[in-house]
Design a protein around this ligand. Structure first.
Ligand SMILES: [Zn+2]
Length: 72
Protein backbone atom coordinates (compact mmCIF):
# COMPACT_ATOMS: atom_id res chain seq x y z
CA UNK A 1 0.00 0.00 0.00
CA UNK A 2 2.85 2.32 0.80
CA UNK A 3 4.20 2.06 -2.75
CA UNK A 4 0.83 3.01 -4.26
CA UNK A 5 0.55 6.06 -1.99
CA UNK A 6 4.11 7.02 -2.95
CA UNK A 7 3.29 6.75 -6.68
CA UNK A 8 0.14 8.85 -6.24
CA UNK A 9 2.15 11.52 -4.41
CA UNK A 10 4.88 11.53 -7.08
CA UNK A 11 2.31 11.78 -9.90
CA UNK A 12 0.49 14.59 -8.09
CA UNK A 13 3.73 16.54 -7.62
CA UNK A 14 4.68 15.97 -11.27
CA UNK A 15 1.29 17.24 -12.49
CA UNK A 16 1.56 20.24 -10.15
CA UNK A 17 5.05 21.10 -11.39
CA UNK A 18 4.01 20.70 -15.04
CA UNK A 19 1.10 23.08 -14.47
CA UNK A 20 3.43 25.60 -12.85
CA UNK A 21 5.87 25.25 -15.75
CA UNK A 22 3.07 25.83 -18.28
CA UNK A 23 2.05 28.91 -16.33
CA UNK A 24 5.58 30.32 -16.49
CA UNK A 25 6.19 29.31 -20.13
CA UNK A 26 2.79 30.55 -21.26
CA UNK A 27 3.24 34.03 -19.86
CA UNK A 28 3.13 36.11 -23.01
CA UNK A 29 3.85 39.55 -21.51
CA UNK A 30 7.13 38.36 -19.98
CA UNK A 31 8.33 36.97 -23.31
CA UNK A 32 7.31 40.14 -25.13
CA UNK A 33 9.12 42.22 -22.52
CA UNK A 34 12.26 40.09 -22.97
CA UNK A 35 12.02 40.58 -26.73
CA UNK A 36 11.79 44.35 -26.36
CA UNK A 37 14.81 44.36 -24.04
CA UNK A 38 16.94 42.29 -26.40
CA UNK A 39 15.97 44.38 -29.43
CA UNK A 40 16.80 47.52 -27.48
CA UNK A 41 20.28 46.14 -26.78
CA UNK A 42 20.75 45.51 -30.50
CA UNK A 43 19.49 48.99 -31.31
CA UNK A 44 21.91 50.58 -28.84
CA UNK A 45 24.73 48.63 -30.46
CA UNK A 46 24.04 50.24 -33.84
CA UNK A 47 24.66 53.71 -35.14
CA UNK A 48 22.51 55.60 -37.59
CA UNK A 49 23.72 56.29 -41.11
CA UNK A 50 23.82 60.03 -41.77
CA UNK A 51 22.84 59.49 -45.42
CA UNK A 52 19.96 57.01 -45.32
CA UNK A 53 19.16 56.87 -41.57
CA UNK A 54 19.42 53.06 -41.49
CA UNK A 55 20.89 51.43 -38.38
CA UNK A 56 24.36 50.02 -39.11
CA UNK A 57 27.16 48.49 -37.09
CA UNK A 58 29.56 50.94 -35.43
CA UNK A 59 32.49 48.92 -36.83
CA UNK A 60 31.28 49.50 -40.40
CA UNK A 61 33.30 51.83 -42.57
CA UNK A 62 30.66 51.99 -45.24
CA UNK A 63 26.89 51.87 -44.90
CA UNK A 64 25.58 48.52 -46.10
CA UNK A 65 22.34 50.09 -47.26
CA UNK A 66 23.45 53.08 -49.31
CA UNK A 67 27.24 52.60 -49.49
CA UNK A 68 27.99 55.98 -47.94
CA UNK A 69 31.18 56.38 -45.95
CA UNK A 70 30.53 56.25 -42.21
CA UNK A 71 32.07 59.14 -40.30
CA UNK A 72 32.96 58.53 -36.66
ZN1 LIG B 1 23.28 54.63 -45.45
Amino acid sequence: MGVIVFIIVVVSISVFLLKQFDKVAGRGPKQIKDGINSSKIVKDDRIQCSECAEMIKPEAKKCRFCGAEVKK
